[in-house]
Design a protein. Structure first.
Length: 494
């Protein structure tokens, strides 16, 4: 059933009760609405069969003149709290998934305006609503109907707004990642980010550094990746003065920005190569997290660094076996041109140290080995800092976009430092532990006491694993990065 005239809908929550005599418990908002319609809501629900399981929805029509459709969504047990096994706040996840189910149902019905029950957690409700309604149809003539969402009532308005900003940040990362490579070149990416940050020009400075600047900084590892492409590289640099005008003790965020990765001379298989338009997921999530931090006015200094380029094969492309020199003077034997992300990050990490950072965190869709190790369940984190790990883990429990700590053993360092022709080899001597040897390679360009590398290859794309994200590029872990930044803004450590 589709509505041509009256297109307003309502999403309400219901809990599972432990009492067999009363298997369902309405949220406060649902209870108020049930009274308003003289108990017709609970009567209709009882007729449709009970209980309403977690994450499922039921749609009712004709209950109220104001709303053409009312969708009741299952929230599971009331206040389940943090699930230590799952490593997330189950109550928040239940709200996100339930509200998402309701909003997607409204989208199917072509309801244009939806009011959403806060379900006890307005921020999580906003996240579930907005994340579930995102879709990429920028280049299609036929557009999906747009759905606007608002909070039912006024309680929790600030938390709702925060949830909207967090979801918008992740949706921006999804848009940047999903766009075809010819519509998201290094220059276009930089322009999109600059445009988003224009509103905060008093606190934010954005620099799109050219190839000549990159050459001046002697970023030979980065430049070696750019050689095969006709698209000029860009080194995008963002300064957010959230705490002080002098950018004292900044958090430096570094994102891999390969806007298309063919593998170079070490060419990838053609099947699935189109997904490599999202190989700039590190840059997309880092920049979107900073844009969100700016929108939230978080009191912290941040510097964002994203080396942007394509990795393409041509007569000028770097060849397997070539030796290049990073900005810190270390030489690198490039035995696999498809292990290019670590090369662009190496120079960016060296540059990050020039800002005397409080901490450095980099994100990259770096290795297929990470997909094998963790699948899409969590972002792999390699860090030399227990403090950073604790903050990231706590942030991810709140967002439901999880992280998992991986090893930085010397066992892996030996594999990339035993190089025939240079100081380092860009691949390990074994086909096993590829995400670990990649992290060990990056560590060779880090002297900071607090550094973390996030391998986000496994969470790059969503099929049906996360119920409140549709199919396509996931934009993960943008919300976890924002929550991490917010925690650092409140912390005096280290």
């Amino acid at each position: 059933m589709k509505f041509r005239h009256h297109k307003k809908g309502l999403v309400l929550g219901v809990y599972e009760s432990s009492q067999t005599s009363d298997p369902l418990v309405l949220t406060n908002s649902a209870e108020d609405f049930n009274k308003r319609v003289q108990s017709k809501l609970i009567q209709q629900l009882s007729r449709s069969g009970c209980p309403l399981k977690k994450g499922k929805s039921r749609t009712f029509h004709g209950l109220d003149e104001e709303f053409a459709a009312v969708v009741l969504v299952g929230l599971g047990k009331p206040s389940p709290g943090i699930d230590k096994q799952e490593q997330w706040d189950e109550a928040k996840e239940n709200v996100r998934a339930a509200v998402a189910a309701g909003c997607k149902q409204m989208q199917e019905l072509e309801v244009e305006e939806v009011q959403v029950d806060p379900c006890g957690d307005p921020q999580a409700a906003a996240e579930g609503a907005l994340l579930s309604l995102y879709f990429y149809d920028e280049l299609k003539q036929k557009k999906k109907p747009k759905v606007s969402v608002s909070l039912l009532g006024s309680v929790g308005a600030d938390a709702w707004r925060k949830g909207i900003l967090l979801a918008e940040g992740q949706n921006l990362a999804r848009l940047l990642m999903e766009a075809p490579a010819n519509h998201m070149t290094p220059n276009i990416f930089a322009e999109r980010v600059q445009e988003k940050l224009k509103v905060a020009k008093d606190q934010v400075k954005v620099y799109a550094r050219s190839k000549s600047w990159i050459e001046e900084k002697k970023m030979g590892a980065f430049l070696s990746v750019t050689r095969g492409s006709e698209e000029p590289p860009v080194f995008l640099e963002i300064h957010y003065h959230g705490e002080s005008s002098d950018l004292k003790d900044p958090l430096v965020l570094v994102g891999k920005g390969i806007t298309f990765d063919s593998g170079g001379i070490s060419l990838k298989p053609s099947a699935g190569m189109d997904n490599m338009r999202a190989d700039m997921g590190g840059a997309a999530t880092i920049c979107s997290a900073i844009i969100t931090a700016v929108a939230l006015k978080l009191p912290i200094n941040i510097i964002g660094l994203t080396p942007l380029c394509e990795n393409m094969p041509s007569g000028k492309a770097t060849k397997p076996g070539d030796v290049v020199t990073a900005t810190n003077g270390k030489t690198i034997q490039v035995d696999n041109t498809d292990a290019e992300g670590r090369l662009v990050l190496a120079d960016a990490l060296c540059y990050a140290h020039t800002f005397n950072p409080r901490a450095i965190v980099n994100a990259a869709t770096l290795t297929g080995a990470m997909v094998v190790a963790l699948g899409s369940a969590a972002t792999g984190v390699f860090t030399n800092s227990d403090w950073i790990w604790t903050e990231l883990k706590e942030a991810s429990i709140a967002t439901g976009d999880r992280v998992w700590r991986m090893p930085l053993f010397q066992h892996y360092t030996k594999q990339i430092t035993e190089s025939q022709l240079a100081d380092l080899n860009n691949i390990g001597g074994s086909r096993y532990g590829g995400s670990c040897t990649a992290a060990a390679f990056l560590r060779e360009f880090v002297t900071a006491q607090h550094w973390a590398h996030l391998d986000i290859a496994g969470v790059m794309e969503n099929k049906d694993e996360v119920p409140y994200l549709g199919k396509g590029m996931a934009g993960r872990p943008t919300r976890t990065l924002v929550e991490f930044i917010a925690r650092l803004a409140k912390s005096d450590s280290p």
